[in-house]
Design a binder for this molecule. Structure first.
Ligand code: M6R
Length: 615
């Protein structure tokens, strides 16, 4: 939920850490801070607000010299967003400084003990407790910082990615992780620390991703020493070559990351199926599934766990798996699944879907499923993320970095991966004819082009957005494969424009929501030709008779809905199971334009963060 950045080396640390915070701001953006060490002096600047506010503050005070720095961008958990609760936090002596992403759950009891020992606290945060605990341990045990961090962390319960240094020993930073991501960029006598690799991509392509339960002492001239926090065992760190490039994490000519990511969908989906979808050979190759084919084929059922948009992708997958592969599927909110003592057997396959691969609830659901003996398969975007490592096997979506908080290309690439798996299993189980299988492969291959065509409606969608931008409520309706798309469309609108929106299966209208319809209610109806078309047209009639305003998402050339609707937005025709990949596009653009017209912060909507690493 927060972003952490650090630098130790021979360059000016401030611009590196500041830029890093700007790149990580998607992780949290209610306050920010930087601690900069220079020549025996430690300067900590922090402020409520964005990284831009922090920059203005630091540069007006001319506080920018030094080759060692830690920075933090916050999504508040303990304590309201204000200057005092912002990170970095210092220990009582003023020597130790820490940044933290996560939650120390037993901080209250630790705080009580520390208070009894004379420690005082300025903030309401769990992090200030941790830095003082580390100080207390180092004094009591008379040990170096690394050891003190290790002993202190063994007394904590919770999740963390931390970086801490001691201003009296400014040649090292100590880092540790449990449940929150932490990468160390390895350069020539310089090291970078960050929640993901984006802050250091232009300086090095070598990175060490700490595993859960590991810590490292990073020394300016001596390199990185990694060990297990619990049993002190030394670990040989694996230095990974990064695949990311600078262009992927910049906005290019787009006004917002969200818009860039919407437009990236044709290429993202092509990257998702590249090397997997072999149309001419008539095969689907996916190592994670191929290597575990028996587990999938013998699965009594598939349980999908995910949150938010990824959960919606799971709902689409439920239709595809049941329809094509004839395997029973249950789709669960990870946050509910983990707390309700679910019945999971060793012949269940659990599929965990997560763009970030760091969502705390999804991670907890995976651990629970594994404990119960299930085989857990991950569908993640971020390579090397916690979920991708915790699962027994998996498939990456290869969508490239998604920075806008509102998920777009993650959704369509997740559906693409899940469709490939469903088709593969359908074929292996003999539940799909050769002709049908080949037709699906060919159609899937054409989806990127069809999305390009759907994107051409952008200017028209802007007009629709202008017309409905002042609505206070909005309904989204769809049936079958497009019911989850309706949910996703509603989520997109509410999260970036703050307009109340609900998604429903179109036929459920008459069981309650129809009471909401009047001349002020825009209703977005997905009414493509494939999939219960006539039924949806009847549902549109019902809305029309109650004066609702209808925005139809229709197949190219449709005339029936056009006659009834106030506006229609056309998408190219495709087979029913793939319609979500094209119908989603206008819904993403509609919410984007409404949010822009309302002057909202599209990429960083209020109260949200990109990776939800707290429960
Ligand atoms: O990284 P994940 O896919 O696990 O994230 C799950 C949700 O937090 C995420 O999809 C969220 O709902 C998005 N803001 C939706 O746009």
């Amino acid at each position: 939920m927060c972003g952490i950045v650090g630098y130790i080396g021979h360059r000016d640390a401030y611009p590196i850490v500041l830029k890093g915070l700007q790149r990580l701001e998607y992780r949290g953006y209610d306050s920010a801070g930087i601690a900069l060490y220079n020549d025996g002096e430690l300067k900590v600047s922090k402020t409520k607000g964005k990284v831009a506010d922090l920059k203005a503050k630091i540069e007006s005070e001319n506080n920018t010299a030094g080759t060692l720095a830690l920075g933090h961008t916050r999504w508040a958990t303990h304590g309201v967003p204000n200057d005092v609760n912002s990170h970095p936090h210092m220990s009582n002596s003023g020597n130790l400084v820490i940044i933290h992403n996560g939650i120390i759950e037993n901080y209250e009891s630790l705080k009580k003990e520390l208070k009894a020992r004379g420690y005082t606290f300025e903030s309401d945060t769990d992090t200030e407790v941790l830095v003082n605990l580390i100080e207390d341990v180092s004094k009591k045990e008379n040990v170096r910082l690394g050891k003190a961090v290790q002993i202190a962390l063994n007394q904590t319960v919770g999740a963390y990615a931390i970086a801490v240094f001691d201003k009296t020993k400014p040649n090292e930073i100590v880092v540790a992780r449990l449940g929150s991501p932490l990468a160390i960029g390895v350069g020539e006598e310089e090291f970078f620390i960050a929640s993901d690799a984006s802050p250091f991509i232009e300086f090095t392509s070598n990175a060490i991703y700490l595993e859960d339960g590991e810590m490292a002492v990073v020394r300016r001239h001596k390199g990185v020493k990694v060990r297990k926090i619990k049993d002190d065992q030394l670990v040989d760190p694996y230095v990974q070559e990064l695949q990311m490039n600078l262009e992927q994490i910049e906005k290019s000519n787009f006004d917002h990351f969200m818009l860039k990511e919407i437009y990236e969908q044709p290429s993202a989906i092509t990257d998702t199926y590249r090397g997997r979808l072999l149309v001419n050979e008539g095969i689907i190759r996916m190592a994670g599934v191929d290597d575990n084919l028996e587990r999938f084929l013998n699965a009594r059922r598939i349980v999908i766990v995910a949150c938010g948009t990824s959960w919606h992708a799971g709902l689409v997958a439920e239709y595809i798996f049941e329809d094509l592969a004839r395997i029973p599927v249950e789709v669960e909110y990870a946050s509910e699944f983990r707390y309700r003592n679910p019945i999971i057997n060793s012949d269940d396959v659990v599929i965990a879907i997560s763009q970030s691969g760091e969502t705390a609830d999804t991670m907890a659901a995976i651990k629970l499923a594994k404990e119960k003996g299930a085989f857990v398969f991950g569908v993640c975007n971020v390579v090397g993320s916690s979920i991708s490592r915790e699962t027994n096997a998996g498939a990456y979506t290869h969508a490239g970095p998604e920075i806008g908080v509102a998920s777009t290309k993650a959704f369509t690439t997740q559906i693409t991966v899940l469709t490939l798996i469903a088709l593969k299993l359908a074929k292996a189980k003999g539940n799909i004819s050769n002709t049908d299988f080949h037709m699906h492969l060919r159609e899937l291959e054409m989806i990127p082009h069809k999305i390009e065509v759907a994107l051409e409606a952008n200017e028209h969608i802007k007009e629709v957005a202008f017309k409905y931008k002042d609505a206070r409520n909005c309904l989204y309706l769809g049936r079958g494969y497009n019911f989850p798309v309706a949910l996703e469309g509603a989520l997109k609108l509410k999260e970036i424009s703050y307009i109340h929106a609900e998604g429903y299966p179109a036929a459920e209208m008459k069981h309650g929501p129809i009471a909401l319809i009047d001349e002020n209610m825009p209703v977005v109806v997905i009414a493509t030709r494939k999939g219960h078309y006539e039924k949806v047209v009847s549902n549109i009639q019902e809305i029309k008779s109650r004066s609702g305003k209808i925005i139809g998402i229709v197949t190219e050339g449709d005339t029936s809905v056009r006659d009834l609707a106030d506006y229609v937005i056309e998408v190219p025709d495709t087979i029913e199971s793939l319609t979500p990949l094209v119908t989603t596009i206008p819904l993403q653009l509609l919410s984007y334009h409404i949010a822009v017209m309302l002057g909202k912060n599209v990429d960083q909507p209020r109260n949200l963060a990109k990776s939800v690493t707290v429960e």
